[in-house]
Design a protein around this ligand. Sequence first.
Ligand SMILES: *Cc1c(COP(=O)(O)O)cnc(C)c1O
Length: 410
Amino acid sequence: MTKRVRPWGYQDSTNAAPANWALHPDTVAVRGGLARTGFGETGEALFLNSGFTYDSAEQAEAAFKEETEHFVYSRFGNPTVATFERRIAAIEGSEAALATSTGMSAMFASVACLVQAGDRIVASASMFSSCYVVLTEILPKWGVQIELVEGNDKKVWAAALSQPTKVVFIETPSNPMMQIVDIRMVSDLAHKVGATVIVDNVLASPVLQKPLELGADVVMYSATKHIDGQGRVLGGVVCGTTDYIHGVLRQFIRHTGPTMGAFEAWVLTKSLETMSMRVERMSASALEVAKFLEGNSKVKGVRYPHLKSHPDYSLAKKQMSAGGSTIAITFKGDKSKVFKFMNALQVIDISNNLGDSKSLMTHPSSTTHRRLTAEVQAQMNITESTVRLSVGLEHPSDLIRDIEQALKAL
Ligand SMILES: *Cc1c(COP(=O)(O)O)cnc(C)c1O
């Protein structure tokens, strides 16, 4: 009996794909990281257990010393979580990945594991409000300094990065206003002052933008968004070099405990198999919806990276293979009119998630970004007449029809 070669199959690195066969990311998304048990199951196994046993006290000692590859405790590692980590790392093109319980624990751990009192962080000014709170309120309490940079002007970034900096944190496109930062430009400047560049790549997803290829060091995700993309579980993941992931980050996560659960990892591993199909379809629909909105007389402005009207359109074209699933829309009416429009929607749900198979609309200034002061919201161009639309997998004709009929209420 000949043994079937599964070059992409097993955890054992000696079974990695041959050097002359770089598997397409879509193949990796289905096969990557798979580690079958002796039963030879087709789908990925779910190891819903907290602990692991040893054949001897010596084996336990060796496992704790990390002399052997033996799972110890699911806070440190779990076979199902490890499958998810290997698969997302293979898709991202990173040496390693570490999964966390939520996107925010991924964000917090990715930054916190690198800094101590007196260190300096430079970040793009427009970002998801919880990331903003971590960087401008929580870390400063512990003596970390933060400088925010607005926009994408090289001179402004160079000025901010003219002194020693530990971490550069950028969110591009930003949530919710879809501002774009030049990952290559910022990474080059950051590396000159010794900073580690972390990109919150949630809005683009692993499918549309490859920050590591553009010079960034670390990529983080809320797996809750496009990775699950079906409204089921929370999760987060950080991708980077083996040194960073299995060095400082693993130590930080292992002892502080924001670990991803095995069930979530199992759901998310299966989600990765369909992620590129979903994200490409959602992006194509989002572009159609964004074009429709732009031509409407009740709309003041539409922000979508792959619309020519976007101030950083050419950069967005260069660093993203498609525009993504999220659109920021500012209407001509006031908040009460915008609420009337939202309440009139028949297909699109009012909800604050994004990257979901169901199209969702939120009013950031009263929900996701309400924690930010009026001044900070204004700086981010979030007004009371702005909504964020996450385009899902429904047929775009129904979404456009829904928006068209709801606009009558505006
Ligand atoms: C949602 C989101 C997060 C946080 O992710 P959770 O899974 O909700 O914790 C971080 N960054 C961005 C850009 C997000 O949209």
